[in-house]
Ligand binder design. Sequence first.
Ligand code: NDP
Ligand code: OXD
Length: 312
Amino acid sequence: MRILFYSPDSEAEIWTKGFAEIMPEAHLHFWKEGETLENSEPADYAIVWRPPISMLQGRTDVRAIFNLGAGVDALLKYGDSLPPAPIVRLDDAGMGVQMAEFVTHTVLRHYRRFDDYEEQARNSQWQVLKPYDKANFAVGILGLGVLGRRIAQALQHFDFPVRGWSHTMKDVPGVSCFAGKEGLDEFLSGTRVLVCVLPLTSETSNMLCRANFSKLPEGAYLINVARGAHLAEPDLLAMIKSGHIAGATLDVFRNEPLPKQHPFWQEPRITITPHIAALTLYNESIRQIAGKIAALERGEPIAGVVDRERGY
Ligand code: NDP
Ligand code: OXD
């Protein structure tokens, strides 16, 4: 079995070794610029992370394209230039627990005022601050999918009121659920910490904007772990300056790496991390993809097939 592979930021040797252990029949071929179906051997499957379209365009050989991440926006942006093969995303694969760690840490840091205490410590200031009231500290999660639900579960352990917003109505124990455009305003009006873990689609792009921020209570906090294009950047800066938004932790940006001259770096109420909220884990991803290839070879259905119309 021949697998066409592209993931420029990760280590080829680890993938080769990992697949060799679990799928000895598979040969991983690392795609190089200039290779097309015409001038290279056919492949059975493709495994990719943010590939150039020249890698995939016109490839009628691959039976499925596996995305080495949960978000498929970097693939779907190519539209009809993509081969017709099913696109399969990573389904948790160890990312759920990382997201839960990242978001829980950030919520606790803000709720327990560690961000304020860090600022005080920088000024050698010893002062006890008024604690926030947990009953008024609801965490609202935009996106109640694989990762959003895992985040909700983790926050519930600390007794935060948790709300979630999705496309179709959900029933998640202990979570106040809202759905669709008609449920958004009510969801936002009771959300003190807004967590974005939505896929990037034409419907969700720029959702984190002035109009929606205005519906949050005064002093709300933003955590964006989804995609940079969800956020209207000037709107966030303006809302932080006005005091309506207390601060934000941002893991994803329109341009990554975030350029050195970007104003976010100068805003002390914004905490920046370099797209690490949930990293793609080698072993978990290899196991999941190998299991799905085996299922496809047996003619069985698999989870995580992307709906191209919906965009996720
Ligand atoms: P899922 O597909 O499992 O979940 C997506 C959720 O978003 C679903 O609940 C879906 O609703 C909801 N949704 C989608 N569109 C809309 C809409 N228009 N209105 C309301 N709700 C909507 O995705 P995952 O949880 O696996 O991943 C989510 C995203 O997290 C990824 O797409 C990626 O962008 C990001 N990510 C970021 C990482 C990082 O390190 N920063 C790492 C991994 C992922 P419904 O269930 O009703 O369809
Ligand atoms: C993903 C990501 O989508 O790493 O998995 O951002």
